[in-house]
Design a protein. Structure first.
Length: 367
């Protein structure tokens, strides 16, 4: 590692595990902080199916358990796509009461699968309407994050080159060989960045997203299998690599500051947040059909959308809460960069075209 501790590398690896294709044998059950045998006796259990990067503070879960007089069990089920597949395959005999972590790239598949029961949670009143993508309230928004280009500020200062201001800059001659991206077929942020280019450049007209990717290839873009290889293996700020531009998250700068061995006055990395250069990922929660614990499922959703849980999200999963009443930690409030106009593509359009877009990208960039 070039400028930070191994501890921070491990944190980011855990947070962004959904960026890595998983071939896990099956879901792993983990309980929230254990109650004593006497306290646990006769307590009902609500089971929450999650992706592997789910994380929250023990004391937050303990607060819910005390509030509801129940036990929480987390069923970690691989990355978001694998988790959803398991939920669909177990439709007639659901593995959990609640599913969390389906994002807008897979939302339409979840809704079409007939695995969810509607629940119009009271906390939706405090969540912006723009994040509520299911009008039938089968999936409710929990957190949001933006996939954007990140850059190494010191590298650009040292080389007397202005950081990129938008997607078009990456194909200019002076930026040749400076960018590393992730393969959208194997990486969640890689897919999100591909969607950003589809939304920004379109599929028709004289110049479309594939024309852009062809020019990126000609300008020596580097493609890795996942976020870890891109960020920790090739990004100049995080490694001995030679790429000062990387596809990552808008929350990367505050994370770098928060876990830095030495304090920063300003974030060491920057984010390109110009119009249409980022893709916004929204993660949802819903009640699985057939649950025998409908009341506990509703209470858990209310809790996840409530202020106590929402305020714990940024420094545990390094994304933003959806509840407008939740206050951000100081490091996020000071160093986070939020794009005002990220790319937006309807979930049903993503579901209908995702594989076609990936296959076309593969032909253009890798073959």
């Amino acid at each position: 590692m070039k400028r930070r501790s191994v501890g921070l590398a491990l944190v980011w690896a855990a947070v962004l595990l959904t960026a890595i294709p998983l071939t896990a044998c099956g879901p792993e059950q983990t309980s929230a902080p254990e109650l004593t045998p006497a306290a646990a006796q006769d307590r009902r259990t609500v089971t929450v199916m999650t992706h592997d990067s789910f994380d929250i503070s023990d004391q937050v879960v303990e607060a819910f358990q005390e509030q509801c007089g129940c036990q929480v069990q987390f069923l970690r089920s691989g990355d978001a796509g694998l988790m959803l597949n398991q939920a669909l395959l177990s439709k007639d005999n659901p593995l959990a009461d609640v599913i969390y972590g389906v994002d807008n790239a897979f939302l339409s598949r979840a809704l079409a699968g007939g695995i969810l029961e509607p629940y119009e949670a009271p906390a939706l009143a405090d969540i912006p309407d723009v994040l509520e993508l299911d009008p039938e309230f089968r999936m409710l928004p929990v957190d949001v994050g933006d996939v954007c280009l990140n850059y190494d500020k010191a590298w650009f200062d040292d080389h007397g080159l202005a950081p990129p201001g938008g997607l078009q800059d990456l194909i200019r001659p002076e930026y040749k060989g400076l960018t590393v991206v992730e393969n959208p077929a194997t990486s969640s942020p890689g897919l999100a960045f591909l969607l950003a280019t589809v939304g920004h450049f379109g599929e028709d007209g004289d110049y479309d997203y594939l024309d852009y990717w062809a020019e990126l290839r000609a300008n020596d873009v580097l493609v890795t299998g996942g976020w870890e290889d891109a960020y920790w293996g090739n990004f100049t700020y995080a490694s001995d690599g030679d790429r000062p531009i990387v596809v990552s998250y808008a929350s990367s700068p505050p994370v770098e500051v928060y876990f830095a061995e030495d304090p920063f006055d300003t974030a060491p990395t920057g984010v390109v947040v110009s119009d249409g250069s980022c893709f916004r990922q929204i993660e949802f929660i819903g009640i699985l059909g057939g649950t025998g614990n409908r009341d506990l499922a509703e209470r858990w959703i209310d809790f996840m959308l409530g202020v106590t849980f929402q305020e714990d999200i940024p420094l545990k999963m390094f994304v933003f809460p959806t509840n407008s009443k939740a206050e951000l930690p100081q490091v996020f409030a000071q160093f986070a960069e939020i794009p005002e106009h990220p790319v937006s593509i309807q979930p049903d359009a993503i579901e209908a075209n995702r594989e076609t877009w990936i296959e076309a990208w593969t032909r253009t960039v890798l073959r």
